[in-house]
Design a protein around this ligand. Structure first.
Ligand code: NI
Length: 223
């Protein structure tokens, strides 16, 4: 009986160690690269107005695009991430006293973002992290639309540098593959210049705040 119990226990211990030795993904380690690709959504929270048109308000709509980012783990806990994306195209809504213009412009932009991340060590599968860094947003292909376009409206937006904050969570589900969820807040502000040819109107230095929440859902791979 005693032998049988001993044998059973040894068998259990063996089975247990076999389980522990299974493809156990590790917490991220110094030297790891984590590359993610997925859907990224930019949700602006700010707005702006056009000097010289009292009561005017302009706001950028949300937009989704393809996001790609890569993290390099400099130590087991500290990583550096670069976020890149396919260009986003945002509608710009005219509101307030110029709300009759509706969707009065659109712009494309690229918002590359570099963050320093702290990764918490929570075992093999879940990888939560926080990051802080710098966003650069380059606006291009600004176009006026509708009545504003018909009146010879021309819009240009300056690029922006600002703070970026992020929180993220990767779930490593098998053999270095993971699903990731990240949220960023970015301080993006642009100076808008609006010219309207037919009215001989020009207004520059209009600060428009975008300050978006950026969400990204991705599939990733750890090298
Ligand atoms: Ni801002």
């Amino acid at each position: 009986m005693k032998t049988k119990i001993t044998k059973t226990i040894s068998a259990l211990v063996l089975a247990g160690s076999a389980l522990l030795a299974l493809p156990a993904a590790n917490a991220y380690q110094a030297g790891d690269w984590i590359v993610r690709a997925g859907a990224a959504g930019v949700y602006p929270t700010g707005d702006g107005s056009i000097k010289g048109i009292s009561g005017s308000k302009v706001e950028a709509d949300s937009a989704w695009s393809l996001g790609i980012n890569g993290t390099y783990m400099a130590t087991d806990n500290f990583g550096i991430e670069l976020l890149a994306a396919w260009p986003f195209t945002h509608d710009i809504k005219c509101k307030g006293s110029i709300s009759a213009l509706g969707t009065c412009a659109e712009t494309k932009h690229l918002p590359p973002t570099l963050t320093a991340q702290y990764h918490f060590n929570t075992g093999p599968n879940w990888h939560p992290f926080l990051g802080i860094g710098l966003n650069y947003t380059y606006f291009f292909d600004e176009e006026t639309k509708g009545d504003l376009k018909s009146a010879g409206g021309d819009l240009s937006l300056d690029s922006s540098w600002g703070l970026a904050l992020e929180a993220g969570l990767d779930y490593e589900f098998s053999n270095n593959w993971l699903v990731g969820a990240q949220v960023y807040w970015m301080d993006i502000d642009t100076d808008a210049t609006l010219k309207i040819k037919d009215l001989g109107f020009k207004s520059s230095g209009n600060e428009v705040s975008i300050d978006p929440w950026v969400y990204m859902i991705s599939i990733g791979y750890k090298f």
